[in-house]
Unconditional design. Structure first.
Lengths: 270, 134
């Protein structure tokens, strides 16, 4: 409007000129007011925009630990899994030291041959993150859906303030609810079947396990940090945490992975 | 000798990397075998694919060996397809044998005689990116 007045406003008389001056002043005041309001609103709006961006997990993410294996090239300085970082035995032995007698017995019964993974059985909510396969997040109102390439697994995280069902039957992925703490998605999971393990070397858990995950985009949004805490009084003497990292891969593709073509370790050649 | 030690170290690093997803502790990855044989069956499968090969033993008798490697999606990303091996293909493979003595090895790396294609299993230390355009 101001530009328009300046461009074609040629005052023809005093009144017109005065009116024009008032108009310009009013426009300037209005403009100043609007700019003031805009400026005041700006931090909140950009904060909201930044937050929306920080909370946007949608897309394909490659586990940083296996970036090389997944064709992403050298993982370079990408942060790696803490629990499964090398040397592996120390990271795992620290958790083994926390096992209760029940947990120790479970671990002693594990062998690579009876490992659920070798038999195409679900790895469960925790171990699904440890595999060398990408994951994909789908956002929809009241819900975050996590798709795992590994065995075509799905986790549904309900963000609509619902409670866990009272009599939820256990399942490998359990029942998950989530809420935002700032730009961190906090996921609470219960009802996890104890047929699954927490890693590839037999770390067990019981059906009493409560899994808390804190998912945050870090390093400019390119890396997703998943800190998970295991609270399981049956299997471990105290809660413990570990972290996994994923690198956003805009070109990443999730490839179909089913276990219909199972080849049994125990029957080679068949 | 120095080269041999280096090779063993690299193999060791590859073996520890492998344990983090699919446990291969039942394979003796620290003492890999190298076999040359003829492909009988290629099982393109999850959770692991197998190349089943016939290898002549010292007496000249054919023995069936199973060469275990990754799941389909991982191999796809390395440029493999279900047609990577056909019956009759001659391949040379290196990998760790099952500790219980069964004739199964876990693939580290191999070469296909016909076209010289170098393929990789758990040998992450020397693996190069997949073939361009693969």
């Amino acid at each position: 409007m101001i530009h328009g007045m300046r461009r074609d406003g040629t005052p023809r008389g005093l009144y017109t000129g005065f009116a024009a001056l008032v108009g310009v002043a009013a426009a300037a005041l209005l403009t100043a007011g609007a700019v003031g309001a805009w400026a005041a609103a700006q931090p909140a709006r950009s904060q909201a925009a930044a937050s929306a961006s920080a909370r946007d997990f949608s897309g394909v993410w490659m586990p940083s630990h296996w970036y090389h294996l997944l064709g992403g090239g050298d993982p370079g300085n990408l942060p790696r899994n803490t629990l499964f970082s090398f040397p592996l035995p120390k990271a795992v032995s620290e958790r083994v030291a926390l096992l209760t007698p029940w947990g120790q017995a479970r671990l002693a019964a594990w062998t690579p041959e009876n490992d659920p993974d070798a038999r195409c059985l679900s790895p469960g909510a925790v171990r699904a993150y440890q595999s060398p396969y990408p994951i994909e997040f789908l956002a929809s109102p009241g819900r975050m859906t996590i798709l795992f390439e590994y065995q075509h697994l799905v986790r549904r995280v309900f963000l609509d303030s619902r409670a866990h069902p009272k009599d939820f039957d256990v399942a490998p992925m359990g029942h998950s609810t989530g809420r935002w703490e700032g730009d961190t998605l906090v996921v609470d999971t219960v009802g996890l079947a104890d047929t699954t393990l927490l890693n590839a070397t037999g770390l067990p858990h019981s059906e009493q396990m409560r899994l808390t995950e804190r998912l945050t985009k870090i390093l400019g949004g390119d890396v997703l940090e998943v800190e998970f805490t295991i609270a399981d009084p049956v299997a471990y003497t105290k809660p413990w945490s570990a972290t996994s990292y994923f690198k956003r891969d805009l070109a990443g593709q999730v490839i179909e992975y089913n276990c219909d073509l199972v080849v049994d370790y125990r029957k080679p050649g068949q | 000798m120095r080269r041999l030690i280096l090779a063993l170290l690299l193999v060791g690093a590859g073996a520890s990397a492998t344990r983090a997803h699919h446990s291969t502790s039942m394979f003796d990855m620290a003492h890999p075998l190298t076999l040359t044989g003829t492909v009988a069956v290629f099982d393109w499968a999850n959770p692991h694919s197998y190349i089943r090969i016939d290898v002549k033993d010292d007496a000249g008798t054919l023995e069936r060996w199973d060469v275990e490697t990754h799941a389909i999606s991982l191999l796809s990303r390395k440029g493999w397809t279900r047609r990577s091996f056909a019956p009759g293909d001659v391949i040379t493979v290196t990998g760790g044998q099952l500790r219980d003595g069964k004739k199964t090895i876990r693939l580290l790396r191999g070469t296909k005689a016909a076209d010289g294609w170098k393929f990789y299993g758990d040998d992450f230390s020397t693996e190069k990116p997949a073939k361009p355009g693969a």
